[in-house]
Design a protein around this ligand. Structure first.
Ligand code: PLP
Length: 307
């Protein structure tokens, strides 16, 4: 288990605050980060049902697809992927890697894609292949929560996490639900989406559906600083470069962990961050840099983040 100290730009002078980061990005070399934990029980179920094909949904740059394909390869099942968006002039790096690993891709209109397991494209795929196990987008659902609960327990039981206030980034809140139901005392969740007001309720509902309860003291924040999901701001780019200079070797992903750390930094600077010992959970996702423009790269050429 690797925990690093994360030095914040505001801490170059003496500070009574301690920031740590759990390096989920270094857990293994096949699809590190939260997605493999969300997938764990889904893929176990697919194997126990002897499904030869495992299908899922994802965006063209998604960390979920990258992890899904990598895990399918290890388990020797054939990945089928419904990709959001119908016209592709060129495959993204994420999709190219998926095809190279043997995945079969199905384009879908955004409208139909939104219907998920009720979509037409799902029916079409089921028409081509028999005995397909479907994993919801992002590895969501109760099985996703339970995988993240296991993950949260392993991290929180490590001595280095003792007494820490946990911070985790969220999209659907499934990962956060696993942490909220684990034995940690307090948790802040930072949404990568703008304007979410019901994140706390969503996390509670995800826990309930998995037969769990939120036991941690929970605070939630939305993405109010950079223009919304997947958007990079100049301020964030400058911050990431500075953070990397202070912490060589610690790189954050563009969509989730970077915005979480930035938001905590902003609060800390204003004296609004009360926690003495903070533990950020690095949920991986570095391959996401491959989907960002050339002038939005704080860590240079992102080619090393390829899957
Ligand atoms: C998907 C993802 C998240 C969000 O996970 P949810 O369970 O949807 O909240 C956070 N960080 C990274 C790097 C991700 O890829």
């Amino acid at each position: 288990m690797r925990f690093d100290t994360l030095l914040m730009p505001s801490q170059v002078s003496a500070s009574d605050k301690e920031f740590l980061i759990y390096r989920g990005d270094l857990e293994c070399n096949i699809a590190p980060g939260n997605k493999q934990h969300k997938l764990k029980y889904h893929l176990q179920k697919a194997l126990s049902e002897s499904c030869q094909y495992v299908a899922t949904f994802g965006g063209p740059h998604s960390n979920h697809i990258a992890a899904f394909v990598a895990r399918c390869q290890v388990l020797e099942v054939m990945p089928l992927i419904v990709v959001r968006g119908e016209t592709w002039a060129e495959l993204t790096p994420t999709l190219r890697a998926a095809v190279a690993a043997g995945a079969i891709l199905f384009p879908s209109s955004r409208q139909d894609y939104r219907l998920g397991l009720a979509s037409e494209i799902k029916q079409t795929v089921d028409g081509y292949y028999s005995n397909v196990y479907w994993v919801p987008e992002g590895g969501a659902g109760s099985l996703g929560v339970l995988g993240c609960l296991d993950w949260a327990r392993v991290i929180s039981q490590d001595q280095q996490a003792e007494g820490a206030h946990f911070c985790v980034a969220s999209g659907t809140g499934v990962t956060a639900a696993g942490f909220a139901a684990s034995d940690i005392d307090s948790l802040s969740v930072f949404s990568a989406l703008k304007g979410v007001s019901n994140l706390t309720e969503d996390i509670q509902l995800s826990c309930q559906q998995a037969g769990l309860q939120v036991t941690a003291k929970l605070s939630t924040f939305d993405e109010c600083l950079h223009g919304g999901f997947g958007r990079m701001s100049k301020e964030l780019l400058v911050f990431l470069k500075t953070l990397y200079r202070l912490n060589p070797g610690i790189e954050l992903d563009p969509v989730y962990t970077s915005k979480m750390v930035y938001q905590v930094y902003q609060m800390e600077k204003k004296g609004l961050w009360p926690h003495k010992r903070t533990l950020f959970v690095h949920t991986g996702g570095l391959q996401g840099w491959l989907g960002m423009k050339k002038d939005q790269q704080p860590y240079g050429d992102p080619v090393r983040f390829s899957c």
